[in-house]
Unconditional design. Structure first.
Length: 175
């Protein structure tokens, strides 16, 4: 199946709003609370380690505090990166304009004015419909945006995504 779709800035704004809502569902509150509890404990361990420096300094407590600090800090930075990508998904290489989408058994081939890419079906996690777009969701908070104005009937695309997702899911569960 071959589709030519023109993506405007309005489509990308809609995509950003949808992905922000999607991201808030994928990072539940309990993980955020756990992060803050671990962060507070980290600072308590560091304060205890700094106060206790002397001849009988407990290096094991310092090592535990360091591991907790590094883990929490890296998790925080990675979370900020993912949230930033959801808010501004394409600040480097924002792809507006006319794109050609080729849906084939191997995946989705996308060709734009200055780029081309291939997306394997394993990376496709589903689709979302909005008033202006059909968004094919990819892993790691990304997606392909097809303009509803350029798609006469989105049902064949949705069936194709569902069919290939079912093949990928059954192949991974059999392995």
């Amino acid at each position: 199946m071959h589709i030519t779709s023109t993506t405007t800035l309005d489509h990308w704004r809609e995509f950003q709003d949808v992905m922000l809502r999607h991201l808030s569902k994928t990072r539940p509150l309990d993980k955020t609370i756990l992060y803050w509890v671990v962060s507070i404990l980290m600072w308590i361990f560091i304060a205890i380690a700094v106060i206790a420096i002397g001849d009988d300094f407990d290096w094991r407590s310092a090592a535990v505090a360091s591991v907790i600090f590094i883990t929490a800090f890296v998790d925080y930075l990675y979370g900020q990166y993912r949230r930033g990508r959801a808010i501004r998904p394409l600040t480097h290489g924002m792809a507006l304009g006319t794109h050609e989408f080729d849906f084939n058994p191997g995946g989705i081939d996308v060709t734009g004015p200055h780029h081309s890419l291939h997306v394997d079906w394993e990376l496709v996690t589903g689709y979302l419909e909005t008033p202006r777009s059909l968004i094919i969701l990819l892993e790691d908070v990304n997606g392909l945006v097809l303009s509803r104005e350029d798609i006469a009937d989105p049902e064949p695309i949705k069936r194709l995504v569902d069919e290939h997702r079912a093949i990928v899911v059954s192949a991974t569960t059999q392995a």
